[in-house]
Each structure stands twice: as C-alpha cells, then as structure tokens.
Design a protein around this ligand. Structure first.
Ligand SMILES: Nc1c(NC[C@H](O)[C@H](O)[C@H](O)CO)[nH]c(=O)[nH]c1=O
Ligand SMILES: CC(=O)[C@@H](O)COP(=O)(O)O
Length: 168
C-alpha cells in the first residue's frame, strides 16, 4: 500500500519526550531533502516535549556514512534514541542498490549491537519527485514519522520492561 500521510500523529498516543535525549545524524547528499527531514524531526520532537538542549545533530557526507556517524555518536553521547536521516535517489547505475543495502544493514547492526534505538529515516526513492513528496510535500514528512518512532522507542528503552509502564 502506498504511503498515505507521513506527518499525522496523535500526541495523546505518544509518551512525553521531556526526559529523553536524542541524536540526529544527517547525510549531506540531497540537502534540500535531508534538511527538510531533519527540520520536520526536530519540530516534532520539540512539539512532543523534548528540549533543544537534548537534541544533538551531526552531519556526514552521504547516507553510506550514516552508520559510522551513528556509531560514533552512540559512543560519544548519552542518548535515548538516534534518527539517521538520508535520501538515496536512483541514478544510472547499481550504486543506488549498494548504498541502500549498506545503510539498511548497517542500521540494523547498530540496533543489535548497541542499546540505543536507531531510527531509519532514509528515503530510498526512484525519482527526486518521490523524495520531495515525502519530505514535506503532498505525502507529508518522513522526519515527523521518524521523530514519533524515536520517542516511542526511547520510552521502551527506558521502560521497566512491563507493558503498563509504557502505556500499551
Ligand atoms: N548517490 C547518493 C549517495 N552516494 C554517496 C554515498 O552515500 C557515500 O557517501 C559514498 O559512496 C562514499 O562512501 N549518497 C546519498 O546519501 N544519496 C545518494 O543519492
Ligand atoms: C545512489 C547513487 O549513488 C546514485 O545517485 C549515483 O548516480 P549514478 O548511479 O548515476 O552514478
């Protein structure tokens, strides 16, 4: 099923983020896309109670470097969740496949190896228009969706492992 709207969220279903600390690692490739994703994520974290002092943001050259950047941020900062922000657009060659596969597997590996949820905020699109539509266009902003995921995962990370403690 195609994406409907990435920007909708119900604050009543989201834990308050005031006590959580977030990292955001942003790819410099396709900045007109990734900056919109980053801004959507930050605005949503703040809207849901996070403070600006509890949001750390680093830039990396491309989506393939998101994995190393997130690893170093996990090692350097005390975080409750990280949002990895990138945009990979199909070109003429198979490079798209390898970048997407590498960043996807790398983020999976980080979620397994470290106790900090890393949220996959990487648009992997056939065309630039698809990316524009999903970074503040007609289909919303994936940065917003990923900020909500980061808050919910931060709550799980900090729960006492009982379902009652996280309100489900
Ligand atoms: N073509 C895109 C890239 N390519 C660059 C790689 O991510 C990486 O920086 C390079 O291969 C050096 O290791 N990156 C994107 O984020 N988006 C693209 O569309
Ligand atoms: C995903 C990429 O690296 C891609 O944009 C590069 O373009 P091309 O495959 O035409 O070299």
């Amino acid at each position: 099923m195609a994406t409907t709207n990435l920007s909708y969220y119900d604050k009543a279903t989201i834990p308050n983020a005031k006590n959580f600390r977030f990292g955001i690692v942003v790819s410099e490739w396709n900045p007109e896309i990734t900056q919109n994703l980053k801004n959507g994520a930050i605005e949503t974290l703040l809207d849901c109670g996070a403070s600006k002092n509890n949001i750390v943001s680093w830039d990396v050259p491309g989506s393939f470097e998101l994995v190393y950047g997130c690893k170093k941020m996990i090692q350097a900062e005390k975080l409750d969740a990280i949002i990895a922000v990138g945009n990979v657009i199909q070109g003429e060659t198979k490079h798209f496949d390898f970048v997407c596969e590498g960043v996807t597997q790398g983020i999976i590996d980080l979620n397994v190896k470290y106790d900090v949820p890393v949220i996959f905020c990487v648009l992997t699109d056939n065309t630039k228009q698809q990316s524009l539509d999903r970074s503040g266009g007609k289909l919303g902003n994936k940065g917003i969706e990923c900020a909500v995921a980061a808050i919910k995962m931060a709550a799980i990370k900090n729960s006492d492992r009982s379902s009652e403690s996280i309100g489900f």
